[in-house]
Design a protein. Sequence first.
Lengths: 378, 540
Amino acid sequence: MAEAPQNRIVINGNTWTFEPGETLLEVARRHHVDIPTLCHLKGATPTGACRICVVEVEGAATLMASCATPATDGMVVRTESPKVVAARRQILELMLASGNHNCTIRQTVEQDWSRFQMRVQDEDQAVELCPVWGDCRLQDLAFRYQVTARNLPPAETVYPMETVNPFIVRDFSRCIHCGRCVQACNEIQVNNAIRFGYQGTRSKIVAGDDRPLKDSDCVFCGECVQACPVGALVEKDARYRVRPWQTTRVRTTCSYCGVGCQLDLHVADGRVVKVTGADVAPNHGSLCVKGRFGFHFIHDPERLTTPLVRDNGQLREATWDEALDRVARRLGEIREQHGPDSLGVLTSARVTNEENYLMNKFTRAVLKTNNIDHCARL
Amino acid sequence: MAGLAATFGSGAMTNTIACIEKAEVILITGSNTTENHPVISTFVKRAVTRRGAKLIVVDPRRTRIAGFADFYLRQNLGTDVAWINGMMHVIIKEKIYDRDFVAQRTAGFEALKQMVEKYTPEFVESITGIPAEHLTAAARLYASGRPASILYCMGITQHTTGTDNVKCLAALAMLCGNLGVEGGGVNPLRGQNNVQGACDFGGLPDVYSGYQKVADPAIRAKMEKAWGVSGLPEKPGLKVTQMVPAAGEGRIKALYVVGENPLVSDPDLNHAEHCFKHLDFLVVQDIFLTETARMADVVLPSACFAEKDGTFSNTERRVQRVRKAVEPPGQARDDWWIVCQIATRMGYPMQYENPQAIFDELARITPSYGGLSYPRLEKEGIPWPCPTPEHPGTPVLHQGMFTSGKGVFFAIEYIPPAEVADTEYPIYLTTGRVLYQYHTGTMTMKTEGLNERAPECFVEMSARDAREHGLQHGDRALISSRRGSIEVVVQISDQAAPGTVFLPFHYAQAAANRLTNARLDPVSGIPEFKVCAVKLAKAA
């Protein structure tokens, strides 16, 4: 009689249990073993496309992609063996050579740059090396595994940069074809706007029949930008302007519809410069075009900055004391003259719970009327 | 909300957003989900494409979410009670309802059964235009999969029969035992970030925070004690849609408006403007000089969400933190600070150190929030009810028992909308939002990219209606109702049904609400934004 399965697995010499159906990557991550990934996208089907997550499994003829290999009883796995490291270095070299990835050759003199790199730099009209320097998964891994790709000339991308929509810059010279954007669009947001197009060296992520995003089914949710591990998809507004070491992040709740997406406001010099989705309930990282890109109202010059009072038919600037005194006096006078039910308050579905609570308290306890409502009905 | 409260005893989304992905069948009606709740629509689309859930969409417009549906049913405007009764007719007649649930947890089934008897699919087709066989098939599909989730939005509530519509949807869900279960429920999708919170905290004429009734002497005594006052008013106040006309009649003399722009969002705007002009005193507290603020006697500049601490409660009752990231511009101040200043100047000192101190007070006197505190909300939000500090929160309402005991079936007859098309105004108009703009546009219109995507008002119409009025895509059309007229660009679209056109209401320059009908649902006081009669002409 066969022994009952123990659901045990050995990773780097440690014995751990796993849940049936878990992949090697999931078991490892649960136990804080850091297997690097590039194409893996949480919530989407593993594709095994980039192979950076390969591990050595005892008895297996080849290295296995840990994101797509289910754990089985008695497996012995090594995640950083010499064979694994060599394979990862080779994958990274090919990726770095697959397009315009400048950061590893930063020490190089200008003459070393290929015409292609100069062209892209020119097209970009930038003096800096890369719009996502310091915020790039490929760069992180190249440093981790000490890969420079100096001896491989970069392959040229035939596709020019797409800048014709207001929100997202698509820089095909920096795309590593990991497919995360395609999965984010098709499996997470299910907007089905982009896919892999063309074959071989002409491979490109296309929208519809290869048209600009603005003329496609794209709804500019930006899920693809958030998923892109390199500098191929970047917020137009933030490109070259927002650097991770210059910003702080503040977790808060979106102020548009009632979904209440959790998001991070990226703040630099006292201004909100970028928004990303937070991976918690209810949205788990996703946002829509308004939540991600519609933050400019915060610093708009038309914001009200001072109280206004009407004199002789015209609104003029006033101090807080003057404006508040006038409100208190007039509300008091009208209540005196016409009774509390001649007063009404429209509180707001836009302000906080604390503020709504106080508006309710003010209306009832101070004005002494129940004439309070808000725009839920409108 | 009134419809759900009457049926179940609680007027909020019964289940969580995450629950949608656990549904076997999803019924969406009166919600343009992909444009108005884009992130919720991803849960629906994933359920359908990745897990094989079945989707039924019932809507006068063939919206993008309808492209994912197994059944798309197009009803005539304002005929929702009829098709829902029709579905219940089929489900009862074919005995595919949940008999145990109906017997154990509901009241009023026999009356419902008798009433829907006459709503045969053929009779319903004559009212709604939905082919009888499609309605039958959709009803069978809804009843066949458990759990089934119903999602709805303003397309259901903004009718003179809005409360009836909601009661009918609630009855349909109860009939199939879809309440108190993960993946089921009746789920109104809230349109604004903190509508739920404004309702939860007494921003309503008849209740204090936590829906505690102003008419209840024991509750009034509790509030008087908590607030250190006496003589709290006992008579429920006026709804917004009553206050504005009351201003026109001189019964309301002063209005204090916080963060709203009724002079774009109110129905029958020409009349609303007249009413506002009648006020003796208008205070507007906002982040921009809105159309409404321009008419004010005093304008108070407030901080926006990125500039303040606090909490919002989302559509699934999840209480979530709002955190200050930047300073407000100039002298703009937090809304809570402003109202405290006014109260203090009127002889009632209101002083709090910070929003957390206000939250601690509101939690003490609001039972459903009693167990919540800022430390508990630090990492992730918690859905109420959460009565004690040990309570984990309540993702699914009505498990085992309804808030009010038994769920009540209301037997409701179809009545037509307040205004129907006639020879003078032969076309129906419905209104709503578009993806790239939000409400009256005061926020979204500050982002150039959003304006580039949705620059101006348009009227969406079928190719047939355009042809019959001699209009082409891109022409300017004059669209008029009994109350006003506006000029807009024509957009011919497959989304529109012949005989019904659509206008977004964001644009003050061509405000759709110059045309809409201010007739109200008698219970909820919600105007019939979704149906009125208009005529079309090529603009001169």
